[in-house]
Design a protein around this ligand. Structure first.
Ligand SMILES: Nc1nc2c(ncn2[C@@H]2O[C@H](COP(=O)(O)OP(=O)(O)OP(=O)(O)O)[C@@H](O)[C@H]2O)c(=O)[nH]1
Ligand SMILES: [Mg+2]
Length: 443
């Protein structure tokens, strides 16, 4: 099958890039251009024609990549046409008329690259992350993972574990050999070292995932205190409806922001109060679960609504800053705050002190992202498999020295499988290879 797709963004642009990958690429390029076939990897200006009618379609820069030296590993073409909708549409119509040629599915070029072993799973994911990156931090993280920093570490752990497994397999397969009876101390020490390194990697406060997905800030508080006003102020637009009526916001309103290069998802939520209105009550539940889920909560109050113990549970309290809005109305002294946190007093109406809230967010962000340089985990998928790997290593290390080797080998096998899944490599041959190496000692 040969696939094609517009690889540059949709809409009008100076240049549009259409990619074609697959066995028919060469044939297609011969059919839609005239004259000499372009040299490999050399930008060539060509007239594109409709092979059915000989109609002139556009002038384009044509690039020919012969597989496997291409992004997908297959024969590939890039057509850099003028970026009009009509040109792109016409080319799509021409391409769909070729036999066994269809439009690509989302991510299919990268999937082919992975399947053809041009890239591993981590690199495939980080290419996706780089394309989606909206902030400096996200771009840097995607590039770091793309460069192979995480793959190298995972692969080296995996290699060590495969080596250890090979040794144990050798004992199972050749019990009569002159091998020490116990699982050697050195082998255990090596595995112990990997275990410690994995623990350090896991102990990262999920920074990589937070950079990728955005730092979640939730604005929570009683109705009518100015939560939506704060969201609008921070996002510099009318993202949420503001009204003097209490209970205006029902759904969660989300805005993506870039504060000092940090990716942030800020959520405005329904004001929290007892309500008989079913929809409002659902909004309140949603608000509380958002706050529990957030990386940081701005608990917003106003002088008339200083009570928040109703929703300030332990999941929310630890990651909250308290902000009292409407300072222009004067503060009531008679109300004591029920949290041992110093509140920030602001007025959105008079634009007072809001920079203090922003500074507070920034300082939390800086703390969170302090050690982004040694981050290896950027998705919960990686974390899950690394945790599983750690679990099986632990179980291996707990096995008594002279205990059943079969069980110890199984622990290692599972730990290898999980770590292999992160980079997309689960290969029985490799384990067999490692056994074979051992087999070769004198045999
Ligand atoms: N005096 C004064 N009024 C404000 C200030 N900030 C917001 N308001 C007003 O307070 C009212 C409620 O504002 P919203 O932003 O809708 O409040 P909310 O917390 O989102 O309310 P709900 O969505 O109903 O929970 C509006 O009339 C705002 O104009 C302020 O600093 N001072
Ligand atoms: Mg609101």
């Amino acid at each position: 099958m040969t696939i094609y797709a517009l690889s540059s963004g949709p809409g009008v642009s100076g240049i549009a890039v259409i990619r074609i990958s697959g066995i028919k690429s060469k044939h297609i390029l011969t059919e839609i251009t005239e004259g000499k076939f372009p040299k490999e990897r050399q930008a060539t200006l060509k007239k594109i024609i409709d092979p059915k009618t000989n109609e002139f379609v556009d002038e384009a820069i044509v690039l020919w990549f012969k597989g496997p030296n291409s992004y997908t590993g297959e024969d590939m073409i890039e057509l850099h046409t003028h970026g009009s909708k009509a040109v792109v549409l016409k080319l799509h119509n021409i391409l769909e008329n070729f036999e066994n040629c269809r439009i690509a599915e989302p991510g299919e070029f990268t999937k082919l690259a992975f399947q053809n072993k041009k890239i591993n799973l981590l690199k495939a994911e980080s290419i996706g992350d780089l394309i989606a990156a909206e902030t400096e931090l996200q771009r840097k993280q995607a590039l770091r993972i793309m460069s192979g920093i995480a793959s190298n570490r995972f692969n080296s752990w995996r290699k060590e574990l495969i080596k250890a497994l090979g040794e144990i397999e050798a004992k199972i397969d050749f019990p009569d050999e002159d091998l020490p009876a116990d699982i050697s101390r050195k082998l255990k020490q090596n595995v112990e070292k990997i275990k410690k390194e994995i623990e350090e990697t896991l102990n990262d406060e999920k920074t990589g995932e937070i950079i990728r997905e955005g730092f979640k800030v939730s604005i929570i508080g009683p109705p009518n205190v100015g939560k939506s006003s704060l969201l609008n102020y921070l996002s510099k637009r009318e993202a949420a409806i503001v009204s003097e009526k209490a209970g205006t916001t029902r759904d969660v309103v989300e805005v993506h922001l870039d504060i000092a290069g940090f990716p942030i998802i800020i959520s405005d939520t329904a004001g929290i109060r007892e309500s008989n209105d079913e929809i409002e009550a659902r909004g309140v539940n949603l608000a509380i679960s958002r706050a529990e889920d957030a990386d940081l909560n701005i608990v917003l109050l106003d002088p008339k609504n200083l009570d928040f113990k109703g929703f300030f549970n332990s999941k929310i309290a630890d990651k909250s800053i308290i902000v009292i809005n409407k300072s222009d109305l004067g503060l009531s002294n008679s109300v004591s705050l029920k949290a041992n946190k110093v509140p920030i007093t602001i007025s959105i109406k008079e634009n007072k002190n809001i920079d203090k809230v922003i500074d507070e967010i920034k300082s939390k962000l800086k703390k969170q992202f302090l050690r982004n340089e040694d981050i290896l985990i950027t998705r919960s998928r990686h974390r899950h498999h690394l945790k599983e790997c750690h679990k099986h290593i632990n179980s291996f290390l707990k096995k008594k020295d002279s205990e059943d080797y079969d069980k110890a080998a199984e622990d290692l096998r599972l730990s290898i499988r999980h770590i292999g899944t992160i980079v997309g490599r689960v290969d029985v041959e490799e384990i067999l290879g490692s056994i074979f190496e051992k087999f070769c000692i004198g045999k």
